[in-house]
Structure formats: C-alpha cells, structure tokens
Design a protein around this ligand. Sequence first.
Ligand code: HGY
Ligand code: MN
Ligand code: MN
Length: 432
Amino acid sequence: MTGSESLFTKLTAGYDESLSRGGVDGERIAQRLSELSMIGASPDGGVTRPGYSAEEKQAKQVVKSWMEQSGLQVTEDGAGNVIGRLEGIESGPAILSGSHVDSVPNGGDFDGPLGVIAALEVAEAWRETGYEPRKPYEVVVFSDEEGTRFGAGLTGSHAMAGQLTEEETNLKVDSEGKSFETVIEEYGSTLPAVWRAKRKMSEIELFVELHIEQGKLLEKHGLSVGAVKGIAGPVWMNVTFEGEAGHAGNTPMDDRRDSMVAASHFIHMVSTLPRQFSDTAVATIGKLNVFPNGVNVIPQKVELTVDIRDIHEDKRDALVEAIIEAAEQSGVSHHVDVTCQKTLTVQPLLVNEKLLTDMKESISEFGMEPMELMSGAGHDAMVVGREVPSAMLFVQSKKGISHNPEEWTDLSHCVVGIHVLKDFIEKQMERS
Ligand code: HGY
Ligand code: MN
Ligand code: MN
C-alpha cells in the first residue's frame, strides 16, 4: 500500500459512517488528509514541508484545486497565503477559517492540514446542502506557520495582519544562507508583494481555526473536541557560545575554552528555570549545531535555539531574561563568548470571550461537554486574533503526540470537530 492509501485505509478503518451527514463527508476528509500526507513524505511516515519550499507550494496547489472544484474564488497574496472565497448573500466583512500546510521537520499528517481541510469541508457541505452563507466566507492557508525554514514562523499570518516587520524579515536567513527576499523570489513572489499582503482588517469579521490539540487533555477526558480559551506566546532565540577550537588530546582540562561544556551547562539550567516562573511556562532547546564538529576537536562554537513560552506574558518575559542571564553566566564560568538573538516574539492571546462562549455552545449542541483549554502550541489564530476576534477549536490528539510521525487523530474526532466548526460558523453567519 502506498502511504496515501495506508493513511486513508487507517483513517477509515472502523469509521462510523453515520457521522458523515449534512454534507460533511468523512471519506472526503480522509482522502484529502491522505493526499497531503504524500507531499514531503519521509520513509518513516513523517512529512517535511518547510515554509516557502517546493513541498509547501505543492500542498497549496492541491488545496487550490480542491477550492476551485468547490466553486471558491481562489487567490494567493504576496506572502503566499492562499485564499478561497465564497461570496455571501450580503456583502460586508468575511468570516475566515483555515490553518497551514507547512510542517516541522519529519512532522505529522494533521498539524495544519486538518484545519485547512476542515474549513474547506464546511464550504463543501454547504454546496451539497444548498446552504447559502449570508456573509462572505474565506478558507485560508497561511504560509510558513511553523518557522522550520527561518527559525521564525507565522510569516503568512504576520504579513496578512500587517505585523511582519523589516527587522523580522531581515533576520530570516535559511540554513543555506538564503535571505527571505531570495527565498520569496524563488518562491515566485517579491518582497514588495509580501508587504502588499497586508490586508484591511475591516474586511474580516472573525477568524476561527480548527487544530489538533497536540496535548493529552481531551483524550484524558474522553472528549472529541475542546474550546481554546488562550494561546501561549512564544519567544524564540538563537544562542551562540564561542570558545576556542583545540586538540582534544593535548589540551589540559583546566586550559580550555570549551563552547560545548558551556552550552551543556546552559541547557541544564534552561531545563530547570521555567517552573520557577509559572506552572504553564516551558522552554525547549530544539536545535544545536557544533563547529567544527570533530571527534578529536574541542568545539569552538555551539549554536542552539531556545523556544520559551507561557500564557502569562509578564512571567514569560521574566523567564526570557533569566535564560539570557543563564547563558551569560555559563559563558563567564567557561571563558567563552555568548550572544543571544531573539528571532520571534509573539504575544500570548486570550480568545475573544463572546466567541469562546459561542464555541462552547456549538459543542454542547452535539451533546458534548464544552471543555475549555489553553494552547501551549502557537497558531496563526494568535496573530490574526490581535487584529480581529478569533477563536480556536481543538480536536483530540492520540496520546498528545505531535510534531512527530506518530501524530494521530481518529477520523471520527476530525468529523465531529468539523460538525462543530460548521455549526459555529453558521451561527456567526446569522449574527448581525
Ligand atoms: O510551534 C508551535 O507551537 C506551532 O506548532 N507552530
Ligand atoms: Mn506545529
Ligand atoms: Mn499547527
């Protein structure tokens, strides 16, 4: 079986067909998840689709074809965000729903694509049932949400929301040393076109994103879906320890400027700091490069990344300062130079109270307990949510696994989530 058939087969095995109703079609959802899972697929079942890569572009092409088949008017802005628009009976601000199709290295099949497919499935269901939305509806695919390419993500939503800064784009250099401008030109756009992607927020009434929970709470409570009440804001940093390369055999231990030892001491401190600031604070060293990386060479330089988050902005910022201090301290005690450079800072977002209540109401409509939960993971909704009222709906993740080929959400949870999303959007369509 090819990967696509195996994912489709796995998703539909034991699927309760009765959940496919009202135009929402579980098989179509499974088919589309499977089709996207083949783009950037790795042998162990993961996917790698960096932002502005050929793989992300290919995945967007596939989504565009679905949008066209579904009668949406398809456009792509200068930042590579894909928009499928359905006019409403009335004109006015649109209701947007969507997510992303780029991925982390060797990520899972649901993080991002499920939110895009869900938003499109709402339009498909309306087409099949003859429902005409009162307001314009747009399905959105945001570019480069994960930040795999440049070490700073949410690029598409930042651009659309007008939050992308020159400083942020100047910092975006990929692992081949390519600047954001070069990458965006190779992608088929231009830097001026990226700036033009800034959209009048008055054109948008609200944004809602369906996403996998990437945590264990819904599974623990036996729930398919949950209403997100807040999204933790990340600060990403590049930290470099610069010592002196030397001979591993002939350099006494007390005569070294070993950047690896300094980095290791720092990494241990980073693992202990968050709990001193708040129960919801986290910090992660996700990437580490050693130079010159030789078995018998004392490392001259170690470059690593730190991802620091909390839902409480003041505590997060205090933790960031403490982590910078720890880096400097480790540098001093190991006689190496240290530089810390922030590459991404996103404010935490509390979801619009009214929309949170509405989302919980839609969940209750399906006889489910309307659980509220916080998102430690970042999402485009926290960028758009700075400008327009935004909401998120989580669907259950198996064992909370994500950013991993083992990432999994049962098709039944996906379909239940889409029914709730559709109900939520239809209620917003009716609101004046
Ligand atoms: O990093 C995150 O929280 C998200 O997966 N982009
Ligand atoms: Mn992710
Ligand atoms: Mn995501």
